[in-house]
Design a protein around this ligand. Structure first.
Ligand SMILES: Nc1ncnc2c1ncn2[C@@H]1O[C@H](COP(=O)(O)OP(=O)(O)OP(=O)(O)O)[C@@H](O)[C@H]1O
Ligand SMILES: O=c1[nH]c(=O)c2[nH+]cn([C@@H]3O[C@H](COP(=O)(O)O)[C@@H](O)[C@H]3O)c2[nH]1
Ligand SMILES: NC(=O)CC[C@H](N)C(=O)O
Ligand SMILES: [Mg+2]
Length: 518
């Protein structure tokens, strides 16, 4: 069943298109993203009550740059164009776009409200200045007939434009990012006030929609689900089980790159909580021998991604074949690996479950969480009644300790890191800090340093500790520990873990760093 009250988001390849969808979901409105190439078909199917045009890397001024299907402008429904979306709408409706002579605006800016507008009704008033976030090199220099400028910024005379009669709005800035403090409210105002939608869409409905989709995709087929003990795969498994029951078998892969005691804990926790068949495979030797000699982070990720699939294939065969592989893939895994829509976004790192997958796969993927962000998955997990011990767990990457050992991965180095990591996490739990930190872990550096212990010289490994706060893993800040915490942990690790004689703390935020070191 198509959703009666929906918004169609047309994707022009922005890195943050999914954030638009997220803001619309937060407003309690159902939305779908369609790449501009297939937007017309999505429109036909969805019969949306409003349209949002995303930003994108292209320039409207170049020949063959992406366009909106022209009939969208004759459908009589509200349209909000964001950045590229505003530019392309202006160009198609008789305005003009130029490359900014001054190179554009990037980062924080202020808009000044000139006249009232339904887009910010009840939110912003005339004469006020509001912070927004800009990222553009082009700008609209003539607005189409019917439009008026309702807010300006220093670099963009048409920071917000509106054609109230047709309910078309264009913003040069990005309301979907957190750096536009009122952005979420603007998008909610568009979805509810301008489009007239009720805002009663919930995670409970998301659950129902996904269950129907899973049933339609899988039919009577057999599914195996990679279960890691992390929240994403636990939520995916429980959701899929609700959809197809006994057609599902979970597979936990112990690749020898897990944390201390993790395998036993995950398997017993899951078996204790759910009556879903779970196979525990031990393939440490396969992974460690294959990783021998590999030092490049991308090569490690590709090897791990492919070997995971080999293991899933082998397990599927033992079960008499499976047509589908389910994974708890989330949106950040996707956007960092490749563009969601096949558009021109940049690869940051190949997450093992997306960019690290082999080119040819025997099984088709079932990934019901592919559009969500971590905190939304947690909300869905709570909706599904998952125990808090799964829902609240820090994320742990599929490639595990392999990407926390820059340089070559060996069993000996894994063992050293496992011990240090366990002490760090134990201290974090004892200090009552686990739930305020988004993710914490140790990294074993390929660096040795000189120390003095018991009057003797040591020449041993350096360990870096990392802890970050975040909401969705897309951006992160280093966690500020209380004064005596880090010295205490450093002392314990150096005293208790043979092979480490120096401990450092990583203060890098994301961006410019990433959370993991590789
Ligand atoms: N050891 C493993 N065994 C089986 N499947 C795995 C394993 N590690 C990762 N996966 C698969 O890869 C997917 C992506 O891993 P990822 O770490 O992003 O998610 P997660 O482990 O489910 O949750 P979290 O991000 O909280 O750790 C998982 O959802 C799961 O399907
Ligand atoms: O399952 C995964 N497979 C991967 O290949 C992978 N790489 C990074 N991560 C996790 O993703 C989040 C963002 O990490 P980065 O800032 O390092 O990209 C953090 O939570 C990382 O731990 C991965 N998870
Ligand atoms: N963020 C965007 O949508 C950018 C639009 C266009 N590429 C510009 O630079 O102006
Ligand atoms: Mg994980």
């Amino acid at each position: 069943m198509e959703h009666p009250d929906s918004i169609l988001i047309v994707d022009f390849g922005s890195q943050v298109t999914q954030l638009i969808a997220r803001r619309v979901r937060e407003a309690g409105v159902y939305s779908e993203i369609a790449p501009f190439q297939s937007a017309a078909a999505a429109f036909e199917r969805m019969q949306p009550k409003g349209i949002i045009l995303s930003g994108g890397p292209a320039s409207v001024t170049t020949e063959n740059s992406p366009r909106v299907p022209q009939h969208f402008f004759e459908a009589g429904i509200p349209i909000l164009g964001i950045c590229y979306g505003q530019q392309v709408m202006s160009a198609q409706l008789g305005g003009n776009v130029i490359v900014s002579g001054d190179g554009g605006e990037f980062g924080s800016a202020f808009v000044e409200v000139k006249s009232p507008c339904a887009l910010f009704d009840g939110l912003w008033a005339e004469g006020e200045r509001h912070q927004v976030w800009m990222s553009h090199g082009d700008k609209v220099d003539a607005i189409p007939p019917g439009f008026t400028p309702v807010a300006v910024s220093t670099g963009a005379p048409y920071a917000i434009v509106a054609d109230e009669a047709r309910r078309f709005y264009g913003v040069q800035f990005h309301p979907e990012v957190v750096h536009t403090p009122d952005g979420g409210k603007l998008i909610a105002n568009f979805a509810r006030h301008v489009c007239g939608l009720s805002g009663d869409w919930t995670m409970a409905e998301f659950r129902e929609t996904k269950i129907a989709e899973i049933r339609a995709q899988v039919g009577k087929g057999r599914v195996i689900c990679g279960l890691s003990g992390g929240v994403d795969s636990a939520v995916a498994a429980v959701l899929i089980h609700e959809a197809i029951g006994e057609q599902l078998t979970c597979v936990y892969v112990d690749h020898g790159l897990m944390r201390a005691g993790e395998s036993e804990q995950v398997v017993s926790l899951f078996r204790g909580a759910y009556n879903i068949p779970l196979i525990h495979v031990n393939v440490e030797e396969l992974f460690l021998s294959g990783l021998a000699g590999i030092t490049d982070p991308e090569l490690k990720r590709k090897f791990i991604g492919k070997t995971f699939i080999d293991v899933f294939d082998a397990e599927a065969k033992k079960l008499g074949g499976a047509e589908f592989l389910a994974q708890g893939t989330l949106y950040p895994d996707v956007i960092e690996s490749v563009s969601f829509t096949g558009g021109p976004s940049v690869t940051i790192k190949s997450h093992h479950n997306v960019g690290g997958l082999p080119e040819r796969m025997n099984m088709k993927l079932v990934e019901p969480l592919r559009e969500l962000f971590k905190d939304e998955v947690r909300a869905l997990g709570r909706e599904l009644g998952l125990p808090e011990i799964f829902v609240g767990r820090h994320p742990f990457p599929g490639p595990g300790l392999a990407i926390r050992i820059p340089g070559e991965v060996t069993k000996e180095r894994c063992d050293i890191l496992r011990k240090a990591d366990a002490i760090y996490l134990e201290e974090i739990r004892n200090a009552g800090l686990y739930d305020t930190i988004w993710q914490a872990f140790a990294v074993l550096l390929p660096v040795r340093s000189v120390g003095v212990m018991g009057d003797g010289r040591t020449y041993d490994n350096v360990l870096a500790l990392r802890a970050v706060t975040s909401t969705d893993g897309m951006t992160a800040q280093a966690f500020q520990f209380p004064g005596d915490f880090l010295p205490r942990v450093a002392t314990r690790i150096i005293n208790e873990v043979k092979g480490i004689n120096r401990v450092t703390y990583d203060y890098t935020s994301k961006p410019p760093g990433t959370i993991e070191w590789e």
